[in-house]
Design a protein around this ligand. Structure first.
Ligand SMILES: *[C@@H]1O[C@H](CO)[C@@H](O)[C@H](O)[C@H]1NC(C)=O
Ligand SMILES: *[C@@H]1O[C@H](CO)[C@@H](O)[C@H](O)[C@H]1NC(C)=O
Ligand SMILES: *[C@@H]1O[C@H](CO)[C@@H](O)[C@H](O)[C@H]1NC(C)=O
Length: 182
């Protein structure tokens, strides 16, 4: 019984780690009306979004026409592309939003940044929680998760005989959790 309870705790810990790191909402910059281009208004686009730790951005664009440079706020403001923090140029770039804070991206091609091809996002602490139920059937671990309001203290989540756990996490899919557990 103790061993079983322990294995459940390990499984819960593993699942929590996976949910925090591998899952999260995906935001295609400029979508749905545009992408990473010279037409979109990224101030307007970002103002309609709420970004949380664990989410990621996708920059979708023609790699012959554009690229993506992550820059400091000062370089974002002045469109100075001489010292990017990171450079992306595949045309389908995924950028993880792993921490709370502001992130700044510009196109480094020609004067595209000055023409408005720049986006700033404010990343907040993950404020939604998932309630996951763990169960065993025929020796296989199963997990079911549902979104719910944030618990008062996510870290003091009860792990009871029924094996329920509250985990602070953003949106995610159950499939990855299952993969991690099998
Ligand atoms: C990526 O952008 C192209 C146009 O440049 C568009 O046709 C395509 O649907 C976009 N894909 C996604 C996943 O947004
Ligand atoms: C960009 O920043 C670098 C480093 O601070 C500076 O030397 C350069 O003059 C700046 N370029 C422009 C166009 O402001
Ligand atoms: C973009 O990359 C992701 C993985 O990073 C992949 O799942 C997706 O199919 C790619 N989209 C296109 C349009 O290449």
């Amino acid at each position: 019984m103790v061993a079983r309870a322990l294995s459940v705790v390990v499984a819960v810990a593993a699942a929590a780690a996976v949910i925090r790191t591998a899952l999260g909402a995906s935001y295609t910059v400029g979508a749905p009306s545009g992408s990473w281009d010279l037409q979109s208004n990224y101030i307007q686009w970002a103002s309609n979004m709420e970004f949380s730790v664990g989410d990621h951005l996708v920059f979708n664009y023609s790699r012959v026409a554009h690229n993506v440079l992550e820059v400091s706020k000062a370089d974002y403001d002045s469109c100075n592309i001489s010292r990017p923090i990171a450079t992306f140029q595949t045309g389908n770039d995924t950028v993880q939003l792993a921490a709370v804070g502001s992130r700044y991206f510009v196109c480094g091609v020609s004067s595209h940044c000055a023409a408005g091809m720049k986006v700033a996002v404010q990343v907040q602490a993950a404020d939604t929680a998932r309630q996951c139920r763990f169960s065993r059937r025929g020796g296989r671990q199963r997990v079911r998760c549902a979104d719910q309001a944030p618990p008062a203290t996510a870290s003091s989540a009860a792990i009871s005989a029924g094996v329920e756990s509250l985990m602070g996490a953003t949106l995610g899919s159950i499939a990855v959790v299952l993969m991690a557990l099998y």
